[in-house]
Design a protein around this ligand. Structure first.
Ligand code: DMJ
Length: 565
C-alpha cells in the first residue's frame, strides 16, 4: 500500500510530475522580511485586495447559481423530485454525464492523459499517450456518441506509442489494461483496422517487460529506450492481469507469441509454493518466480489476478481446465478464510485481508474488493456454484452500504470492521499485525452501521460497486440492484460534478461540497464507472455477458469464436 494510505490496484502508481510548490503564505512571508517600507505597504495592499477578492467569491458562491457545483443532498426520497424513473430515462441521464465529462476533457485536455476537472487544466501523469481518450473510446461507442468516437479515433491514429514523456517509465500493467485493452475493444466494435494497428504498437512497446530470466514481467518499461526497467519484484495483480489482453491480441493478429509470453507467467505462479492452496501473497520475486511476502488480498495489488482466472476461462469458451481449477481453489480458500460477518450487523459480510502466512486476519474491506461480488455472481453462473451467488448478494449489500451510510452517499476507499469473535482473534491483535488504521473510540452510530471509517475517506470515482451491481442485476434480475445503482449515480452527480466534468472527493463524510473536490478525474471513471452504469440501465442483451467478457478496466472483449485457436 502507498504510504499516504491511498490504495492503488497497481504496485507501481503513476509518477507525480511536479514537485510541491511553496505556498502563497510562505512566499509572502519571505518577501515581507526582505522588503523596505514601501514594499511592505505594497504587500499590505495586496493582502487587502486578496481578502476583497475572497469575499466577492464567497458571495458569488452563496448567492450564485447552485446547480453546477456539488452541494445538494444525495439522498432525496424517491418521488420527492423529478428524478427519472424509467430505465430509458436513467440510461440517458448516464449518457448525458458521459457527454459532460467528455466535452470537458475535449475542451481543456484533449490528447492529454487526464483533465483536471476543477481548475480546467490537464496532466500527462501516464507518460502522455492520452490515456483518458483511449480508455474512453469504447464507452463512446457503446453510448452511440459516434462523432466523439470518430474524432478520438482520428487522434489516436496520430499517437506515437514508442515515445513517452522524457524520463518517464511506463507502468506495464496499467497501460495494458487501459490502453491495449481500450484499443482492442474499440477495434472489435468498429472494425477500424487503424485501431488494431495501434493496439499492436502498444502491445509491442510493452513486450520488453517479459524479458526477464523467468519471464515474470518487470513492472515498468522505458519505452523511449525500448527496454524494461530492472526490478527485483512485481506484484501479482501487475504480473497476472495482462493475459486477457495479450491473448486477444494474439487472436486478432494471428501471432501466438503474445499469448505465449503472458501464459508463461501464470504457469509459473500456478506452480509456486503458496501458504494455503489458492491464496497468493502479493509480491513475486522476479528472478525465482517465488511468492515472497506481502498480504493476501482480493483488494489492491491482488484483486484482478483472481478475476482473470475466471475471465480467461470464460474467454476460452470454458476450454481451459487450468483456469477453472485455479479459480475454484482460490474462491474456496477465500470463502473459508477471508470472509467474515460484521459483529454489529448480521446482514453485512465482507472480505478482509490475510498476512503472507494466511493465518492473521485484518478486518478491513476495500472499495477495490467490491468487484468480488460481480466476479462471484458471474462465476456462479458459468461454473454452477450456487453458494457463490448467495455470498455475492451478501457482499453487494455491504458494498452498497459503504455508499448508503455516509452523509454524501459516496463510498470511502475502505471501511474497517471489528473482527468476528468466531475466529478467536481480537480486533486489537488483528490491528497490531499489519493494518495501519487505528479503530479509535466507537460511536454508537458506527456500531449500528457495522463498520468504521479509517482516515482515508476519499471517493476517487471508482467503479467496483457499480460493476458488481450491473452483474448482479443481470444474473439475478433483482430490481433493487438498479435502484442502488441509481442512488449512487445521483450521489456522484450531486457531489462530484464540476462545470467541466467530475472530480474525486476528499472526504465522503463531509458535506462541504466544492472545497472537497481534489481536481482529479481518473480515466477509469469514463472507461468503467459510467459504462457499467449505462449497462445497468440497458437491456441485458446489450453487450451480453454470454458474448463478451470485460477486462478489468471494463473493456468488453468478444468471447473466442472457437475454443483455443
Ligand atoms: C481500475 O483501473 C481497474 O479496475 C483495476 O483492475 C482496479 N481498479 C481500478 C479502478 O478502481
Amino acid at each position: 500500500m502507498a504510504a499516504d494510505d491511498t490504495i492503488y490496484s497497481e504496485c507501481t502508481a503513476a509518477e507525480p510530475l511536479l514537485a510541491p510548490r511553496p505556498t502563497l503564505g510562505s512566499r509572502l512571508k519571505r518577501r515581507w522580511y526582505r522588503a523596505d517600507r514601501l514594499g511592505r505597504a505594497a504587500i499590505v495592499l495586496l493582502a487587502l485586495m486578496m481578502c476583497a477578492a475572497l469575499a466577492v467569491r464567497i458571495l458569488v458562491e452563496v448567492t450564485g447559481p447552485r446547480d453546477r457545483w456539488p452541494g445538494p443532498p444525495a439522498t432525496i426520497p424517491p418521488g420527492a423530485d423529478d428524478s427519472p424513473e424509467s430505465d430509458e430515462e436513467r440510461r440517458l441521464a448516464v449518457r448525458a454525464a458521459m457527454k459532460h465529462a467528455w466535452s470537458g476533457y475535449r475542451k481543456y485536455a484533449f490528447g492529454k492523459d487526464e483533465l483536471r476537472p476543477v481548475s480546467n487544466g490537464s496532466n500527462n501523469k501516464w507518460g502522455g499517450w492520452g490515456v483518458t481518450l483511449i480508455d474512453a473510446l469504447d464507452t463512446l461507442h457503446i453510448m452511440e456518441l459516434h462523432a466523439e468516437f470518430k474524432e478520438a479515433v482520428t487522434h489516436v491514429t496520430g499517437v506515437d506509442f514508442s515515445k513517452a514523456t522524457d524520463g518517464y517509465t511506463t507502468p506495464f500493467f496499467e497501460m495494458v489494461i487501459r490502453c491495449l485493452g481500450g484499443l482492442l475493444s474499440a477495434y472489435e466494435m468498429s472494425l477500424d483496422p487503424r485501431l488494431l494497428e495501434k493496439a499492436q504498437q502498444v502491445g509491442d512497446v510493452l513486450m520488453p517487460a517479459f524479458g526477464t530470466s523467468t519471464g515474470i514481467p518487470y513492472p515498468r518499461v522505458d519505452v523511449n529506450a525500448g527496454r524494461a526497467v530492472p526490478s527485483d519484484r512485481v506484484c501479482i495483480a501487475e504480473a497476472g492481469t495482462v493475459q486477457l489482453e495479450y491473448w486477444k491480441l494474439s487472436e486478432l493478429t494471428g501471432d501466438p507469441s503474445y499469448h505465449a509470453a503472458a501464459q508463461r507467467v501464470v504457469d509459473i505462479l500456478d506452480r509456486a509454493h503458496k501458504p494455503y492452496p489458492g491464496l497468493y501473497p502479493i509480491w513475486v520475486d522476479i528472478a525465482s518466480g517465488n511468492l515472497t511476502s506481502g498480504q493476501i488480498t482480493f483488494g489492491g495489488m491482488g484483486d484482478s489476478w483472481y478475476e482473470y482466472m475466471l475471465k480467461q476461462y470464460i474467454y476460452s469458451r470454458r476450454s481451459t481446465a487450468q483456469y477453472r481449477r485455479m479459480y475454484e481453489e482460490s474462491i474456496d480458500a477465500m470463502t473459508a478464510r477471508m470472509v467474515q460477518r460484521s459483529i454489529y450487523d448480521e446482514n453485512m459480510y465482507y472480505v478482509g485481508d490475510l498476512d503472507a502466512t494466511a493465518t492473521k486476519f485484518s478486518p478491513r474491506f476495500q472499495h477495490l474488493t467490491c468487484f468480488v461480488p460481480g466476479m462471484l455472481a458471474l462465476g456462479s453462473r458459468v461454473l454452477d456454484r450456487p453458494a457463490d451467488l448467495e455470498l455475492a448478494k451478501q457482499l453487494t449489500y455491504t458494498c452498497f452500504q459503504m455508499y448508503n451510510l455516509t452523509s454524501t452517499g459516496l463510498s470511502p476507499e475502505y471501511v474497517q470492521f471489528r473482527d468476528s469473535k468466531d475466529r478467536g482473534i481480537s480486533p486489537d491483535e488483528a490491528e497490531a499485525d499489519f493494518t495501519t488504521v487505528a479503530l479509535g473510540a466507537a460511536s454508537s452510530k458506527e456500531e449500528r452501521d457495522g463498520f468504521y471509517l479509517g482516515p482515508n475517506r476519499s471517493y476517487i470515482l471508482r467503479p467496483e460497486t457499480i460493476e458488481s451491481l450491473m452483474v448482479l442485476y443481470r444474473v439475478t434480475g433483482d430490481l433493487k440492484y438498479k435502484e442502488w445503482g441509481w442512488q449512487i449515480f445521483r450521489a456522484i452527480e450531486a457531489w462530484t460534478k464540476t462545470p467541466a466534468a467530475y472530480s474525486a472527493y476528499r472526504d465522503v463524510t463531509s458535506t462541504a461540497g466544492r472545497s472537497q473536490l481534489t481536481d482529479s478525474m481518473e480515466s477509469f471513471f469514463l472507461a468503467e464507472t459510467l459504462k457499467y452504469l449505462y449497462l445497468l440501465f440497458s437491456p441485458a442483451d446489450y453487450y451480453s455477458l454470454d458474448e463478451y467478457v470485460f477486462n478489468t478496466e471494463a473493456h468488453p472483449f468478444r468471447i473466442m469464436r472457437s475454443p483455443r485457436p
